[in-house]
Structure formats: C-alpha cells, structure tokens
Write a protein that binds this ligand. Sequence first.
Ligand code: CO8
Length: 257
Amino acid sequence: MAYETILVETRGKVGLVTLNRPKALNALNSVVMEEVVAALQAFEADEAIGAIVLTGSEKAFAAGADIKEMQEKSYIDMYMADFFAGWDAMTRIRKPIIAAVSGYALGGGCELAMMCDFIIAGDNAKFGQPEITLGVMPGMGGSQRLTRFVGKSKAMDMCLTGRMMDAAEAERSGLVSRVVPAADVVEEAVKAAEKIAGLSLPAVMMNKEAVNRAYETTLTEGLRFERRVFHAMFALDDQKEGMAAFSEKRPATFRNR
Ligand code: CO8
C-alpha cells in the first residue's frame, strides 16, 4: 500500500514505521493517524512479523498534533468527529511496538510515544506536553499516561509549564527504558525488536497483555490475571521447547504455538 506521510519497511521479522512529514516536524494530522494505524494493523496481520518499531526523524519524532489542522475547528467539529479517537486502535495492537524517539516528542508526539509499549530514546530527545502554551491541554492521553509514567509532580510540572524534559531526565523518571546515542536509536530499537521477534510470539503477546493489565486493574486482580495466564502458557508447545532447550543447554526454536 502506498502511504503519503509514513515510510514502511520490514527488517527481517521487524516491521518499521517511520513518520515522514519532515517539513512539519512530523506533526500528526488525520492522514498520519489513518496511515500509522493501517500500517500497524497490516504488521499485526502479517505472520512473518514479530515486533514493530515506530520512529520519526533525527530532529523530531513528532512535534505534536498538527496545530494548523486543528486551529479553526469548532467544538462541534471536534466532538462530532471524535477528533483523534482513531489513535485508540493503536492500543489494540497485540504485537509489541517500540518507540524509537530522536529529537522532539511534543504534545501528541509525546503521547504517541507513550502509546507504544516502551520508548528507546536518543540522547537528543526532548519530551514535553506544551499544549498549555497554545491555550489547550493534552488530548491523546498526556494528562493520564504521563502521570502514570513519571508521577503527579513531574506530570503537573510538564503540563502546567509546558517545559521539555531531556533524555536523561526522561530515563531517570521512568518515561523511557533506555537512552542511546541519537544516531543509533533506530538500530538499537530494531535490535531490541529483533530479540523480541525471535522469542515465542504468543508468550510475548501474553507478557504484553499482563503488563498492560497492571494499568487497568487492582493488584489483587492483576496478580490473579498473571497467574491464570502463566498457568495457561503450559498449553504452549513453546513452553515445552523453551524449558527443554534450557535443560539440554541449546538454543530454543520457537514455533509460535
Ligand atoms: N503542527 C503543525 N506544524 C508544526 C508543528 C505542529 N505541532 N510543529 C512544527 N510545525 C511546523 C512549523 O510550523 C514549521 O513550518 P513552516 O516552516 O511552514 O513554518 C516547521 O514545522 C518547522 O518548525 P519550526 O520552524 O518551528 O522549527 P524549530 O526548530 O524552530 O522549532 C519546535 C521546533 C520547538 C518543535 C517548534 O516547531 C514547536 O514549538 N512546535 C509546536 C510544538 C507544540 O506545541 N506541540 C503541541 C501541539 S498540540 C497537540 O499535540 C495536542 C495533542 C492532542 C490532540 C488530540 C485531540 C483530541
């Protein structure tokens, strides 16, 4: 499928989606949303793909939702279109998605990175929720997800002042999992995705589901869910193979079943 605002490629078992609106610093408009979701859904349906990386350019992962697209809209326009609700489809992707963030991840860009399963940042990354400076607020999860990632104090600071967080602060605060040299961010994310894609896909998906459950439920229910899924994994051929390979001191060959 030909896309206008993104580049899509595969690297072995890894699907790579690159935001590609360089003149607008990858600002997210409705076309970007439709295309990213379509590309992720295509990788989800592709049996050859085990993990996905979402990235931008070295200067900007994405500098936010497209201000020019939103500027003249009225309340009723936004409400009737349920503006940007289409991004919710991304959270229904069951294969892992790694955000490789270089440069600016602001507003919707920061929110998009947080919708991925984890973030690997270049040492030049800058995260922020500057919507307050435009007279609005985050609308793609920033007030909720950022608070869960970095806690109330830092989330309030970011949402109320609009200040940016650099890569070191983002790692210290738990927003990103690792910081790597900016020039290597895509390669490092693809390497992590390759590692994941070499494991048992059903086990990977169940791990993702269980960690995400921690955000949605109480500890008691989360622990119950985890134990039930853990027990269920003993129906997988891949569990037999993984444990046999360990005992026989050889690499496991997973068959995703
Ligand atoms: N929207 C549209 N265009 C943008 C955006 C954006 N968010 N960001 C940058 N651009 C454009 C600029 O207008 C400029 O275009 P042009 O050359 O035609 O003037 C081009 O990209 C390059 O940008 P700059 O010249 O500004 O580049 P600088 O290097 O000087 O500055 C910055 C880089 C600091 C990133 C600066 O561009 C900036 O501040 N951008 C806006 C950041 C921002 O406020 N983001 C939040 C947007 S609002 C949002 O994300 C809400 C999300 C929730 C929506 C959900 C609704 C339900």
